[in-house]
Design a protein around this ligand. Structure first.
Ligand code: NAD
Ligand code: UFG
Length: 355
């Protein structure tokens, strides 16, 4: 079975996708600096996979290091080659993802996201590995002109984080010009939420969360006093902003579908929205949470957050046509699985890290 390098494989999307890929039979090399994740997450992936220790030793290897370090990357490619089991493809999650932090420290974001990716692509070129699935983001559409958003919509990111993602898509496009053997999937994620149904892996924000689901989780366990709803004057039916939330397991399965597509078609660069095509308002999410956790969640409507838009909803039809992939899970499952993870791991992976 093919061997994959998963950069950032210990993170939120990386862990869930690694699990799906392991279950599909792929052998994995996970590379992570653990700057925003925990080795415990990978222990949990192994646990859910149900593989025994011999199988795990053979099929799942972990390297700790930074994607900006070319020697480190080359060493991984070389070692796999020498063992007679070269890396066939890369799933590239590693990077920094906070919009706020990117505004405060743009140089760090350009360095990690852009230079890191450039270094990874250099190592891939040198080692004749030319298949990559890249984590792009719906944030590159900025304030979209029309809803649902198609892949052909204008790319107009409004923050440094989004600009790094758009720039990486450009680099990837240029690569196909110098070597037509590249197989590239740029996956533009909408809003990934929820957790694995076992509650063993999930989103583990370090520090105070900014995103809606982790914030609601913390309000529901009284770690945060109140949910601040950013804006009650948006042009939507209930006046709160609408997003296309996608269950993390649907997103993980989207990566498997994209990889299978790349491996079975002629080389190409494909750009796809990964979203459900349905939008929910902040108040609708709060209402679903209240049903699932059976408590009233205190909230107040405050001013709009800088950089937010009214509505972001994917047109996911291209992913269905090309990959045969579409989301299966409902908002209720997103909330239920996200809440289950929170209840089972009120401090994320911290408690097990201390053991
Ligand atoms: P995450 O922070 O949980 O995972 C990223 C992983 O990359 C972490 O484990 C982190 O330790 C690692 N990493 C960071 N810098 C690194 C470096 N220089 N070298 C090696 N490892 C490094 O984030 P996530 O939510 O899993 O996101 C994965 C990817 O998807 C990111 O590229 C992100 O920009 C993109 N994305 C995420 C979202 C979202 O809402 N979660 C939306 C769109 C796109
Ligand atoms: N929201 C609140 N209160 C909060 C947090 C969020 O009202 O405390 C609202 C936001 O205003 C927005 C919605 O909930 O209307 C969703 O906000 P998130 O922060 O969860 O997600 P965003 O749509 O702002 O952005 C996220 C990631 C981006 C990514 C984008 C698309 O933060 O990095 O999804 O994938 F690019």
């Amino acid at each position: 079975m093919a061997k994959l390098l998963i950069t950032g494989g210990a993170g939120f999307i990386g862990t869930h996708t690694s699990l799906v890929l392991l279950e599909a039979g792929y052998d994995l090399i996970i590379l992570d600096s653990f700057i925003n994740s925990s080795p415990i997450a990978l222990k949990r992936v192994s646990q859910i996979s149900g593989l025994n220790s011999t199988e795990l030793a053979r099929r799942l290897k972990t390297y700790t290091g930074d994607i900006r370090d070319l020697d480190f990357l080359e060493n991984i490619f070389k070692t796999c080659g020498q063992e007679g089991n070269p890396i066939d493809a890369v799933i590239h999650f590693a990077g920094l993802k906070s919009v706020d932090e990117s505004v405060k420290n743009p140089l760090l974001y350009w360095d990690v996201n852009l230079n890191g990716t450039k270094t990874l692509l250099t190592a891939m070129e040198k080692n004749n590995c030319r298949t990559i699935v890249f984590s792009s983001s719906a944030t590159i559409y900025g304030k979209a002109q029309s809803i649902p958003i198609q892949e052909t919509a204008k790319i107009q990111p409004i923050n440094p984080y989004g600009k790094t993602k758009a720039a990486i898509e450009n680099i990837l496009s240029d690569l196909t010009g110098i070597n037509p053997n590249w197989r590239i999937a740029c996956l533009r994620y909408f809003n990934p939420v929820g957790a694995h149904p076992t509650g063993l892996i999930g989103e583990n924000p370090l520090g105070t969360p900014n995103n809606l689901f982790p914030v609601i989780n913390q309000v529901a366990i009284n770690k945060l006093k109140v949910l601040k709803i950013f804006g009650g004057d948006w042009p939507t039916p209930d006046k709160t902003a609408m997003r296309d939330y996608i269950h993390i397991m649907d997103l993980a399965e989207g990566h498997l579908a994209a990889l299978n597509y790349l491996q079975n078609s002629t080389p190409e660069l494909i750009t796809l929205n990964l979203g459900s095509g349905k939008g929910y308002s902040v108040l609708e999410v709060v209402s679903e949470y209240q049903k699932v956790c059976r408590k009233k969640l205190p909230f107040e409507v405050v001013n709009r957050r800088q950089g937010d838009s009214a509505i972001s909803i994917a047109d996911p039809s291209k992913a269905l046509t090309k990959l045969g992939w579409q989301t299966k899970r409902t908002l209720n499952e997103m909330v239920r699985d996200g809440w289950n993870w929170q209840v089972k791991n009120p401090k994320g992976y911290l408690e097990e890290e201390r053991k």
